[in-house]
Design a protein around this ligand. Structure first.
Ligand SMILES: [Zn+2]
Length: 468
């Protein structure tokens, strides 16, 4: 982004003099500009220096973590390396839910600021609460600004944000975001509006009818669109079926769900602009940002340690897929040490852009997105969907494992299937699931989304003991 920053001093335009928080955020960008080129070994060493400080704090101010570290043989502030680090047991989502407040430290350094509680709906819909410091929020904003600098070419553009209302919105404004009128704010809000003179942002919930969402995007003259991949797919189908011209966008930004390579390609071709995807969670902050030059995702090594582990706990090599384990480096309020967030991702090769930040090729799905066969075998559900999502009128789908013998495949189709065109779909699905399951294909005008606005491609009714 080549736009000049915003001076906070009255009567001074050149050179712009930033306010305190904006200056801190931009000073971090200047450091990121250097650290992103460091070789992987130097980044790893710097991470361990920071992790030593995090562990020392956890030992001193959190009896639960102190005991956990001692049991793992890390009772003292000894030199930390990969071998010692791997002794720390991985923290599952279930453990995070179970232990909850015991993971919150009794105190944090005053300079880390006040604490607040972030909530994540999680894939199971059972909320997770994470206590975060003001410093953790600053780090979140620093990654957000980095993404703007990497990908946004014009801060004066208008953003259409098709998403659930952001947390902390006043009730009246929230009601407007939920209404068919949507809400329009004069600027993008913090932290962007303290750094640049930004354009407007329009907010509308994804629960609105897709035609109302499309009308809103057009009405506000959006140049950027931010939404869930599943909602983007609905929007694309809306324009295709109505024959209306899609809005002229500079780029589309997605997050919070898996963006499949097919959907990315189709949307880039249809809307005629790049799709920028991001990988973050409420609990951990930004995990990886899309490279501005390649299609890979750069792990944000300055703020999180990310491990991709195979079933035996060994780090995966490029090309291999494993469980995503994340340690945020700076949230002293509630240190999440080796937190398994419940996703699986593929390790990427060193990036051709030259940045030393390690890469992920893609996030593959949730660790729970497995179909269980009657004989106990497990198949990743997304491996089975490639064929039938190739039908051009299939807009959305959801696979639900009803029992060990029965699967329901919910389909949203536009235009709808006729009795003649249904048969090839039914055969394709039966071939894809050719494992003795009884398959019910059902058609719907729209698939219900989760309370947080996401669409889950796979659900299971199997009890936890069988599906795990
Ligand atoms: Zn790169």
């Amino acid at each position: 982004m080549a736009q000049p920053t915003l001076s906070q001093i009255e009567g001074v335009d050149f050179p712009p003099v930033l306010g305190a928080r904006a200056a801190t955020l931009m000073a971090l960008q200047q450091q990121f500009d250097e650290t992103q080129w460091w070789p992987a070994e130097r980044l790893r060493d710097a991470q361990f220096t920071q992790l030593r400080l995090l562990l020392a704090h956890a030992r001193a101010h959190n009896p639960f973590l102190a005991e956990r570290l001692a049991a793992a043989g890390l009772a003292h502030d000894a030199p930390l390396d990969e071998a010692a680090w791997c002794k720390i047991p991985v923290l599952s989502r279930a453990e995070l839910r179970q232990h909850g407040d015991r993971l919150v430290c009794t105190e944090i350094p005053a300079s880390h600021g006040k604490t607040s509680v972030a909530r994540s709906s999680g894939s199971t819909g059972i909320p997770i609460r994470v206590t975060k410091s003001a410093l953790a929020q600053l780090i979140w904003e620093a990654s957000l600004i980095r993404e703007e600098l990497w990908h946004r070419d014009d801060p004066t553009g208008t953003i259409a944000r098709l998403h659930p209302p952001p947390s902390g919105l006043p009730d009246a404004l929230k009601a407007q975001v939920d209404s068919p009128a949507g809400a329009v704010a004069p600027d993008w809000g913090p932290p962007c509006n303290i750094i640049w003179k930004t354009g407007r942002i329009g907010l509308m919930t994804v629960k609105q009818d897709i035609a109302a969402q499309a009308a809103f995007v057009e009405r506000i003259g959006a140049t950027y669109l931010y939404t869930f991949p599943s909602n983007l797919q609905l929007l694309k189908a809306h324009y295709q079926s109505t024959g209306r011209h899609p809005p002229r966008l500079r780029s589309i930004w997605t997050g919070s769900e898996i963006l499949s390579p097919d959907l990315r390609r189709d949307c880039e071709a249809f809307f005629g602009c790049p799709v920028v995807d991001t990988y973050s969670t409420a609990e951990t902050g930004y995990i990886a940002l899309q490279c501005p030059e390649s299609g890979l995702f750069h792990i944000q090594s300055e703020t999180v340690k990310v491990e991709i582990l195979d079933p035996s706990g060994t780090p995966c090599l490029p090309g291999q897929t494993g469980r995503v384990v994340v340690t945020p480096l700076h949230n002293f309020a509630m240190p999440l040490l080796r937190y398994e967030i419940g996703d699986e991702a593929e390790v990427g090769p060193p990036c051709t852009c030259g940045r030393g930040l390690p890469t992920l090729s893609r996030v593959v799905g949730r660790t729970t997105d497995y179909l269980v066969h009657p004989d106990g075998r497990r198949t990743r559900s997304s491996q089975l969907t490639g064929e039938f999502t190739g039908f051009p009128n299939v807009v959305q789908y959801q696979i639900i494992q009803r029992s060990l013998e029965r699967i329901e495949v919910m389909i949203v189709a536009d235009p709808p299937f006729t009795p003649e065109t249904r048969q090839p779909l039914q055969s394709t699905i039966e071939r894809a699931f050719d494992h003795g399951f009884t398959i019910d294909v059902t058609f719907h005008p729209r698939i219900p989304i989760e309370p947080g606005g996401k669409l889950r491609p796979f659900k299971t009714d199997l009890p936890e003991g069988i599906r795990a």
